[in-house]
Design a protein around this ligand. Structure first.
Ligand code: UFG
Length: 333
């Protein structure tokens, strides 16, 4: 059995669906702080448990024969982490320590977990390699880097093997249109842009037009959530083959500016999507592009859906069918 922590969230729910479609037995643990009960796959066994609750998490391990863990239960907003650092270290770092104690107790030796491009901070060169310098500029990035270090020492001492996946900009949705991104407070570019054609927002604000890029707006590397989960499944297979612990970047290797994303969204939705040019958002690096060469070589991972048209098209399919996320859809709550 695979334990998916955070399986009611955006990325976790996609992982659960894909694992179940491949015949795996899945248990979901989620405290529903940002996840949705309606996003939990009907064939997954669900526990409403917070990973920081040692007693309750212990029970999940006692009741089930868990072979491996995929861990998505973290807070992940850069801006929020700056104003609420303790929340981030508590959930992300303390949560991971709690999890490791229990994995050690039940001798669960395999874990794949989400890390982030935010561990690098402002990169000195692009594309970014896993060996590039890590100087996080936010508590969020720092918390993920700490998690990686804790897992490294737990591996050396207790043989708990891990794969840490440093995501770049995850977007898109399952091609079925049944699950997708639905955050209480949305901060990510693509879902915010799509709120304009949905009639929920009049314009999209572009944060900064004076970056040293081709059109002055920030460049990011967008990876489709389905490709991202494919990498998790390959990472799990990698650990099942008794390989060593590794860290991988996950991105498509292509960079798109904020303006280019808005332009593609106009084409996909057929809506003019007005923009309002504004100041830089504090802490945004100008260019983030991944080298995913290592994941390609060691995991045999190649993103299949790396056209931004497909990424935005799949996101649009989800948002258009579920304009209020998981809230307003009869029968889906
Ligand atoms: N942006 C806008 N307007 C908006 C929202 C975003 O112009 O209304 C811009 C941002 O300034 C940025 C780009 O769109 O240049 C992408 O912003 P997102 O918030 O969608 O994503 P980030 O690149 O800030 O965040 C991603 C991941 C984080 C990770 C971070 C690392 O989502 O988990 O990269 O810097 F930590």
């Amino acid at each position: 059995m695979i334990l998916v922590l955070g399986g009611a969230g955006y990325i976790g729910s996609h992982a659960v669906k894909m694992l179940i479609e491949r015949g795996e037995s899945v248990i979901v643990v989620d405290n529903l702080e940002t996840g949705h009960a309606a996003a939990v796959h009907p064939n997954a066994k669900f526990y409403n448990v917070d990973i920081r609750n040692e007693e309750e998490l212990d029970e999940v391990f006692m009741e089930n024969r868990i072979e491996s863990v995929i861990h998505f239960s973290a807070n992940s907003l850069v801006g929020e982490s700056v104003s609420e650092p303790i929340k981030y270290f508590d959930n992300n770092v303390f949560g991971a320590i709690n999890l490791l104690k229990i994995m050690r107790k039940y001798e669960v030796k395999k874990i794949v977990f989400s890390s982030t491009a935010a561990v690098y901070g402002e990169p000195k060169q692009v594309p970014i390699l896993e060996t590039s310098e890590t100087v996080p500029t936010s508590p969020y990035g720092a918390s993920k880097l700490m998690m990686e270090q804790i897992f490294k020492w737990a591996d050396l001492a207790h043989g708990i093997k891990f794969v840490s996946l440093r995501y770049f900009n995850v977007a898109g949705a399952d091609a079925s249109g049944e699950i997708g991104e639905a955050h209480g407070v949305e901060t990510h570019l693509i879902p915010l842009v799509l709120q304009v054609p949905l009639g929920q927002r009049e314009f999209i604000t572009v944060f900064g037009t004076d970056y040293p890029t081709k059109d002055g707006t920030c460049i990011r590397d967008y990876v489709h959530v389905t490709d991202l989960i494919e990498a998790h499944i390959k990472a799990l297979e990698y650990l099942r083959l008794d390989h060593n612990s590794e860290i991988f970047n996950l991105g498509s290797g292509d960079g798109f500016s904020v303006m280019e994303i808005i332009e593609v969204a106009r084409k996909v939705t057929g809506h003019p999507i007005p923009v309002k040019l504004s100041e830089r958002r504090p802490g945004d690096p100008s260019v983030l592009i991944a080298s995913s060469e290592k994941a390609h070589k060691l995991l045999n991972w190649t993103p299949q859906k790396n056209s931004v048209e497909t990424i935005i098209g799949d996101a649009w399919k989800w948002h258009n069918a579920h304009p209020n996320g998981y809230k307003s859809n009869k029968g889906a709550e």
